[in-house]
Every structure is written in C-alpha cells, then in structure tokens.
Design a protein around this ligand. Sequence first.
Ligand code: CIR
Length: 260
Amino acid sequence: MSTSISHALVRPPPPSFAEGLTSVALGVPDYRTALEQHAAYVAAIKQTGINVIELPPLNDFPDSCFVEDTAVLIEDAAIAMRPGSPKRRGEVPLLMSVLSDYVRPIGGIDAEGMLDGGDVLEMDRRLFVGLTQRTNALGVEQLRTIVAPRGYEVTAVEVQGMLHLKTGSTRLGTNIVTARRSLAAALTKAGLDVLEVPEHEAYAANCLRINDHLLMARGFPETQALIREAKLVPSNHVIEVEMSEFAKQDGGLTCLSRLW
Ligand code: CIR
C-alpha cells in the first residue's frame, strides 16, 4: 500500500453472502443490513476524497466483497493471491482483470503456495505476512521472490487464534500498527511501534488508514480513545463505520477494499 492513496476498489456483498465462510459464532448476517453497511463504508471512503471503483456483486462467490484477499498491490503493481480456501480461488482472475486496467500485474502465487491478502500487512517497503490456516510458508516465499527485485522486504509472522494477520494488526501510520495482545511482542520485536488494543475490543484492531483519515469499527470506545490520543490523524478525520454484519463473516474494514 502506498502512503499516498488515490484509489479504492470495492464490491458489495451478493445475495448469497450468508453462505460464505466464517470461523466466528456471531450469527447469520442480515443481507439488507450488510448492503446498508457496505454503502456506508463506501461513503466513508469517499469522504476521504479518493476515487472509488465500485464493482458489481458476484453471487457465485459469497465472500467476494472481501476483495482484499485476492490481490496485493505494491505501488503500481498487482500480485495475484492464491487464497487458502479453494472456494475463493475463482475470485482471483475476476479481480485481477479489473485491476489490470489500472495497475500492472507482476505475477502471483501458484502451485501449492497459499496466500490470502488479509495476511499481508503493508508497512511501506516492509511486508509482514501472517502464517495462518489460509497462508503457508511457500506462499510467503513466493511473495518474497516477486517483491524482492522491487526493494520490498518480507517478514513472516506466526498468527494464532484469528483468521488473518490483519484481523489482529493493521497500519495506523508510518511504522505504527494496532495489535492484539498475541501479536504485540512479535511486531514490536520486528521494529514496529505498537498500539495495543484491549483484548475485549479485539475486533477494533482492524482499522483502515487512508491518507490523513482513519476508518474504524463503531462501538469500541477504548480503542478509539487510544487512537485519538496518539494523534495520528486530525480528530475529525476518525470515521466510525458499523461493521456488525461483516464481523459475522470474519471480515473487517481492510477486507472490504483494495487500495492504491
Ligand atoms: C473468509 O473467510 O474468507 C471471509 N468470510 C472473510 C474474509 C475476511 N478477509 C480479510 O480479513 N481480509
């Protein structure tokens, strides 16, 4: 992810949304509410002033609104992911064909490699990649081979107890991330500044920084106070977004867009 973001690509949830994957027991999402929340999310991104590319829903792929997982962008280049869940692999060529109108495809994960974009935490020229049930060491190695010639460094991070690395840690600014407790020590050791999120507000670890704005999930006052105290963006640039229906499907703010 570039530090100066100009575009976001989004796709609304399809009518089949409730049939998607989830590892959490928060209940069945309500489709109409999910659509309303997605529209509010898109409006929040527009409030930051960047261009938003809105794709049509894909009913054959219940999880296709989580566009973050199928491609990773570095500057003007896109890398095709190979999601750990075979059910999501058909989303990849569909997203890459759209992205190729805007950025340059530079390869992808293949063979036995697995990599979900939600596991790639972009910190300027350092990519931290979660080793999870969706991302394996071979996928990380393939990503390293693709990005190394462009001067990007890849660091693998062991992740347990959550879907993706970015479920529990996201970029707040230059060299600073949120982190759930289980990730804080490893990320600090890697040289990052860490704003630790209270464990009872764990979902709030997934924030979306867009230039001088920060989107965060509604309903997490302690994390919001910590973020405001850190003064990373002007206080009227912290935008709260209701995420309840996406949380039920294991998704967060970063999952719903691809930024560049
Ligand atoms: C899945 O399990 O693949 C979707 N239900 C949720 C994906 C969330 N994506 C993300 O965290 N980047």
